[in-house]
Design a protein around this ligand. Structure first.
Ligand code: CAA
Ligand code: FAD
Length: 379
């Protein structure tokens, strides 16, 4: 067993840290307040290779391992979780699925441009009445000659308006239940594809979340990913890896808040000494550090299992379940350590607390992670 990162992994972490501190930190409060997507910053992340980190270099990716990816996700999320969710969706929900299950033509046409960051991708599974209950897809794709006719609505889609290419899950044969669900690549410009209004959110306010409406959108048969009926398994397998990215995001939010609380506790004085000298504050810091370390071990283990080609579905659900709870607990305590200053925007921790909440909801709520874990335990 080896708990050391490699030199390459540390170099990726340091590059992500440097980028987050110099490019994401300035303006992060304004982007949150004004709900502005970090366009320029995401473009630079593409140029630096953060948007297709694990993709084979022959498809314009970085050819890196999952451990490097979670280190980068953590550093970016410490500062700007709106940027990191765009990164996570592009890397683990869009690039991974296209590389693993797309055909050569799809990889040439779409993956290369998405992995390089030239364009962004989005992953569209959720619907107004199919979130946790993902098999109840109402969006339909009916075969008509050389194309499918796509109809329906997708909800809460990250990169909803900034993406150019959308992986869309739809029912091709309702009589077969989840075995009649398929996955498609859909382009933004196609007729009948309408993007709904941007959601006004509690946290990750800079992220671009929209509903999407499809009315008789013609999708060429060649844009189906895998066989007909493979779409649900495709979505579940994609989410197994996606959950590692969101777990790393939660870890980053927690460690970002902890680092701010630690520094503040050494500066702020009450009753003649820094608050870090009061045992109540010391114990909060000890709890934060311990829980973050435990979350880091779970997140790293799930990434390591994926890199080893072993089953990671159970481990990624555990990592997301635990790290998202740690993100909530640590950010709430970080606000407390800051006292009144924690309640205002300038000190960042209130934003991190608002951002933490989404990690318990998307890519499967905490209750859904418990379903995934318990089914695996009881199987
Ligand atoms: N990995 C691989 N396959 C899986 C799987 C997993 N984690 N979970 C389920 N499956 C397979 C099952 O093996 C089964 O296949 P077979 O019939 O071939 O055996 C099939 O999927 C259906 O499984 P279930 O019978 O267990 O289905 P269910 O309806 O009882 O529930 C569920 C399954 C786990 C609850 C699933 O619906 C689920 O994960 N829901 C949450 C959806 C979700 O995470 N959405 C995220 C959207 S993307 C997003 O959120 C992005 C973002 O924010 C940034
Ligand atoms: P519901 O499924 O209605 O759940 C409501 C509550 O009931 C939750 O607490 C849930 O845990 C609980 N619950 C439901 N079923 C059970 C059960 N069987 N047992 C116990 N408890 C249960 N989706 C995408 O496809 N792509 C995206 O890019 C994307 N980005 C998102 C970005 C944001 C900001 C948000 C808010 C959501 C995003 N989602 C995306 C959707 C997200 O994955 C869903 O919101 C999530 O899966 C929950 O679905 P729901 O909102 O329909 O809640």
């Amino acid at each position: 067993m080896n708990f050391e990162y490699t030199e390459e992994q540390l170099a990726v972490r340091d590059a992500a840290r440097e980028f987050a501190q110099t490019e994401l930190l300035p303006g992060v409060i304004e982007r949150d307040t004004e709900a502005k997507f970090p366009h320029e910053q995401i473009k630079k992340m593409g140029e630096l290779g953060f948007l297709g980190m694990m993709v084979d270099p022959k498809y314009n990716g970085g050819g890196m391992d999952t451990v490097s990816y979670i280190l980068a996700m953590e550093e970016i999320s410490k500062v700007d979780a709106s940027a990191s969710v765009a990164m996570s969706v592009n890397n683990s929900l869009v690039c991974w699925g296209l590389e693993k299950y797309g055909n050569e033509e799809q990889k040439e046409k779409y993956l290369k441009r998405i992995a390089s960051g030239e364009i962004l991708g989005a992953f569209c599974l959720s619907e107004p009445e199919a979130g946790s209950d993902a098999t109840s897809q109402k969006t339909t794709a009916d075969l008509s000659g050389d194309h499918y006719v796509l109809n329906g609505t997708k909800n809460w889609i990250t990169n909803g308006n900034t993406a150019s290419v959308y992986v869309v899950i739809a029912q091709t044969d309702a009589s077969k239940g989840h075995k009649g669900i398929s996955a498609f690549i859909v382009e933004k410009e196609w007729e009948g594809f309408v993007i709904g209004k941007k959601e006004d959110k509690l946290g990750i306010r800079g992220s671009d979340t929209h509903s999407l409406m499809f009315t008789d959108v013609k999708v060429p048969v060649g844009n189906r990913i895998g066989d007909e009926g493979f779409g649900f398994t495709f979505a579940m397998e994609t989410l197994n890896g996606g959950r590692i990215g969101i777990a790393a995001q939660a870890l980053g939010i927690a460690s970002g808040a902890y680092e701010l609380a630690l520094a503040y506790s050494k500066e702020r004085k009450t009753f003649g000494k820094p608050i870090s000298q009061h045992q109540a504050i010391q114990f909060k810091l000890a709890d934060m550090a311990t829980n973050i370390e435990a979350a880091r071990l779970l997140v790293t283990k799930s990434a390591w299992l994926k890199d080893q080609g072993k089953d990671y579905s159970h481990a990624s659900a555990m990592a997301k379940l635990y790290a998202s709870q740690v993100a909530m607990d640590v950010t709430i305590e970080a606000v407390q350590v800051h006292g009144g200053y924690g309640f205002v925007k300038e000190y960042h921790v209130e934003r991190l607390m608002r951002d933490a909440k989404i990690t318990q909801i998307y890519e499967g709520t905490s209750e859904i992670q418990k379903i995934v874990i318990s089914r695996s335990i009881l199987r």
